[in-house]
Design a protein around this ligand. Structure first.
Ligand SMILES: O=C(CO)COP(=O)(O)O
Length: 252
């Protein structure tokens, strides 16, 4: 468990140079002391990582959304963790359900990417989560257990790994699990990580992701073992990010 909530934004395939304006506004909100009760992380598309890191300076960290398992080589179109680090990133999302579904990424691949992130000095934000049919057939905890075992590398620590629980059916749909369902999933993840990693597993940050908005963030982030949020659509605008951070002010 971590006392300060982490609000992490995943911009997905959104953002042109004009979007740096939003990052400037977020930087100014942080610089004004307005967000001092939370930690903020924004993961723009790879094309903007260097400019984003320059724009926000040391106001808050910037991350990538994916990396290759290798640090260099003949892998046309891919980007390595070393390249993201070189561009100024400190974190990288790996195993997002959109990568798992649209790019066939398995737990083995996700684990290799998390290991590559660690080798490059980046914190990996490892995403897991069940599909709607898996939930409906009562397989949620089995799926989470399997993905945790397969995707989180041996030797993971709270500095090298953050785990994000993102139910696939809650992403971009406006639907969220009940507070009880989030509590069950996060309690299960905490137990599994503690069993495997001891104190490191108890300290690892667990984020909830899937339709987090200013109106529901306080409810979702008040749940036990929810140390922050991984926010998609509502992370694109500074006003929404500030509203989400405001929403969790009482939880700090
Ligand atoms: O996939 C997500 C973050 O990684 C969640 O996206 P939304 O917040 O748009 O549902």
């Amino acid at each position: 468990m971590s006392a300060r909530k982490l609000i992490a934004g995943n911009w997905k395939m959104n953002g042109l140079t004009a979007s740096l304006e939003e990052l400037r506004a977020m930087r100014d909100a942080v610089a004004g002391g307005h967000l001092s009760h939370v930690d903020l992380l924004i993961c723009p598309p790879a094309t903007l990582v260097a400019a984003a890191a320059q724009t926000v300076g040391d106001a808050f960290p910037v991350g990538g959304q994916d990396c290759h398992e290798r640090q260099e080589g003949a892998f046309t179109g891919n980007i390595s963790a070393a390249m993201l680090a070189d561009a100024g990133a400190t974190h990288v999302i790996v195993g997002h359900s959109e990568r798992r579904t649209l790019h066939g990424e398995t737990d083995d691949i996700v684990r290799a990417k998390a290991e590559a992130a660690r080798a490059a000095g980046l914190t990996a934000v490892i995403c897991i989560g069940e599909t709607e049919s898996e939930r409906e057939t009562g397989q949620t905890l089995d799926v989470l257990g399997r993905q945790l075992a397969g995707s989180v590398p041996d030797g993971a620590t709270a500095d090298t790994v953050i785990v994000a629980y993102e139910p696939v059916w809650a992403i971009g749909t406006g639907r969220t699990p009940t507070v009880d369902d989030v509590a069950e999933a996060h309690g299960f993840m905490r137990a599994r990580l503690s069993e495997r990693f001891g104190d490191a597993g108890r300290a690892m940050r667990l984020l909830y992701g899937g339709s987090v908005k200013p109106g529901n963030c306080a409810t979702l982030l008040a749940v036990d073992n929810v140390d922050g949020a991984l926010v998609g659509g509502a992370s694109l605008k500074s006003a929404d990010i500030v509203a989400i951070c405001d929403g969790v002010r009482t939880l700090a």
